[in-house]
Ligand binder design. Structure first.
Ligand SMILES: [Zn+2]
Ligand SMILES: [Zn+2]
Length: 260
């Protein structure tokens, strides 16, 4: 069995909790920790999880809405902290216990209890950002946010997923005509910025297969997107027999979704 929930998703902070279980054992992975420790613990409690029940923390990249309290949180609860070498170079410090650090590399699968992590590279303006596909041997979940474009390696990494958490950052018209500074608009729209609704729909179309049962739109901009626009763009790519589409709320996140 594999399930996941979002503890919040957007520029105000991101964190996703994934649980895989086989028989009586289970493994919990926290992906990103973009909140204060107090807020993260509060949101974990909302999902029915105590910090001590987490097996590892994976950090996708060093931006504040993802790294948040990760180092202090991992140190406090003695949790393995997983990230790329580039991300560690960007945020690491000498005080952090090296015994807790595990370096991940794009294309190299990493076993963690009842699940396997399959990190892949994405184009984003960070040192060495990684996103994740996860498998429990039967089910496959893809997590992909914070990417300016979706080259073939991204679509390939998400192939065969039964559920996807997919960035739908902005509607291009809202962004272009909105209040952001031109330099920020250029960054977001660039190939190493954030994924628009249209680009997310295109990526979805490329990894669509009959086993894909669940899609969660994530990292929506509060100024440059609406849940309806994101939903409509994804639904347009799906056609008939569409998998269910959910929208991760910036603060409320998304309740547990079970694969299979
Ligand atoms: Zn982000
Ligand atoms: Zn980012």
């Amino acid at each position: 069995m594999m399930r996941f929930c979002s503890l919040g998703s957007g520029s105000g902070g991101n964190s996703t909790l994934i649980e895989a279980s086989q028989g009586i054992t289970s493994t919990r992975l926290l992906v990103d920790a973009g909140f204060s420790q107090r807020e993260l613990v509060r949101r974990l409690a909302r999902a029915g999880c105590a910090p001590e029940e987490i097996d590892a923390v994976f950090i996708t990249h060093e931006h504040g809405d993802h790294i948040g309290c990760a180092l202090a949180f991992a140190a406090r609860y003695r949790l393995p902290l997983i990230m790329s070498r580039g991300t560690w170079r960007a945020v690491g410090n000498a005080d952090f216990d090296p015994a807790l650090l595990r370096l991940a590399k794009a294309g190299e699968a990493m076993p963690l209890g009842d699940m396997t992590l399959q990190p892949f590279a994405v184009p984003h303006d960070a040192a060495e950002p990684l996103q994740l596909a996860l498998s429990d041997g039967v089910h496959r979940l893809g997590l992909v946010t914070d990417l300016g474009s979706a080259p073939d390696n991204v679509a390939a990494a998400l192939a065969g997923c039964h559920a996807l958490l997919l960035e739908c950052n902005h509607d291009e018209d809202l962004l272009r005509n909105g209040p952001y500074h031109p330099a920020l608009k250029k960054r977001i729209l660039g190939s190493h910025g954030h994924l628009s609704n249209v680009a997310a729909a295109d990526l979805l179309a490329r990894c669509l297969h009959p086993g894909l049962a669940m899609i969660a739109a994530a990292h929506l901009s509060e100024h440059n997107n609406t849940p309806d626009l994101a939903h409509a763009a994804l639904a347009g790519a799906l056609g008939n027999n569409a998998p269910e589409i959910r929208i991760a709320h910036p603060t409320l996140g998304l309740d547990w979704l079970t694969l299979g």
